[in-house]
Design a protein around this ligand. Structure first.
Ligand SMILES: [Mg+2]
Length: 261
C-alpha cells in the first residue's frame, strides 16, 4: 500500500480516538457528524494541507469541529494544551470553529456560510494568479440552505476550478433523514446542471478519496462523499441519536476497544 495512504489510515485512527475522548471529556454533542468526515479530513491534512503551503480547508459543517481540531493537533498546528482546552471558558477552541488559531479561516457552524467564504478565497487566488487550493466541506443538511446554491452558481460563473467542494453525505441531519426532511435527489445532476464537475465516492474508501482529489478538472469540482454517521464504531453507525449524545465512561472504554480491533 502507498506509504501516504498508510499514514492517512493511521491519522484517521488517531483522530477517531481523540474525538470520542473529547466528546466524553467535555460532554459535547455531534459525535456522529464528526466521525462521518474523519477519513476525508485525514486525507486533506496528510496530503494537501501542511504548515509549508498556503492551501486552505474550510469546515463549513462547523458542528464537526472536534475533527478539524484533532487534525490540527496531530499535524502540530496547535499544541496538546490548546487541544485539550476545547470548550473551556476562554479557550480559543470553541464548540464551533472561530478564526482564533492558525488553520481556522472563518467562523462556521451557522450553516451555509463556509462555502460562500471559500468562494471568496478561491476567487482571490484566481485574480492574483496564485496556485493555492481551497477546499470546503459542507453537510448534506447544509444543502437546504439557499446560500449553498448561490455559492454553487457563483463558483461556476467564475469558473473557480481551484475550488473543491466536499459534501459529507451521511444521509442524516439533526432531526431526521436528510432526504425525508428536504430531498436532495438527484444531487449529482443538480450540481452538473450548475456547471460543476461531479465525482461520487465512498467517503471511507481511501483509494476512492485519493482518485477524486487527484482527478484534474476544468470546472469547479464537487466530491459527493457517501459516508456513514458514526463511522468506525459499529454500535453507533447510522444511529442519529449520536447527533446529540456523548459517551459515558463504559461506552468510552467500549468504543476505544472497538477501534483497536
Ligand atoms: Mg448529514
Amino acid at each position: 500500500m502507498d506509504e501516504k495512504i498508510k499514514n492517512t489510515i493511521n491519522l484517521s485512527k488517531k483522530i477517531r480516538k481523540d474525538i470520542i475522548y473529547l466528546s466524553f471529556l467535555k460532554k459535547t454533542a455531534h459525535l456522529g457528524s464528526s466521525l462521518s468526515c474523519v477519513d476525508i479530513i485525514s486525507y486533506i491534512y496528510e496530503l494537501i494541507i501542511n504548515k509549508k503551503n498556503n492551501n486552505k480547508f474550510i469546515l463549513s459543517k462547523g458542528h464537526a469541529a472536534s475533527t478539524i481540531y484533532s487534525a490540527l493537533y496531530r499535524k502540530k498546528f496547535i499544541s496538546e494544551k490548546i487541544f485539550f482546552s476545547y470548550c473551556e471558558v476562554g479557550s480559543s477552541l470553541e464548540e464551533h470553529p472561530s478564526p482564533n488559531i492558525r488553520g481556522i479561516e472563518c467562523a462556521t457552524g451557522s450553516l451555509g456560510h463556509g462555502f460562500p467564504f471559500a468562494n471568496g478565497l478561491a476567487l482571490a487566488n484566481k485574480i492574483r494568479n496564485k496556485k493555492e487550493k481551497t477546499i470546503v466541506m459542507i453537510s448534506d443538511g447544509e444543502c437546504n440552505e439557499g446560500t449553498t446554491w448561490e455559492a454553487a452558481m457563483f463558483a461556476s460563473a467564475q469558473n473557480l476550478k481551484n475550488l473543491t467542494l466536499i459534501i459529507d453525505y451521511n444521509k442524516w441531519q439533526a432531526t431526521g433523514r436528510s432526504d425525508k426532511i428536504l430531498s436532495l435527489k438527484p444531487l449529482d445532476k443538480k450540481f452538473q446542471s450548475f456547471g460543476w464537475e461531479v465525482i461520487s465516492i465512498n467517503g471511507h474508501n481511501f483509494n476512492q478519496i485519493n482518485r477524486a482529489f487527484k482527478k484534474k478538472n476544468k470546472k469547479p469540482k464537487v466530491i459527493i462523499a457517501n459516508t456513514v454517521k458514526g463511522s468506525g464504531i459499529k454500535s453507533i453507525e447510522d444511529d442519529n441519536n449520536w447527533h446529540y449524545r456523548s459517551p459515558n465512561h463504559e461506552e468510552l472504554k467500549y468504543f476505544l476497544k472497538e477501534l483497536d480491533k
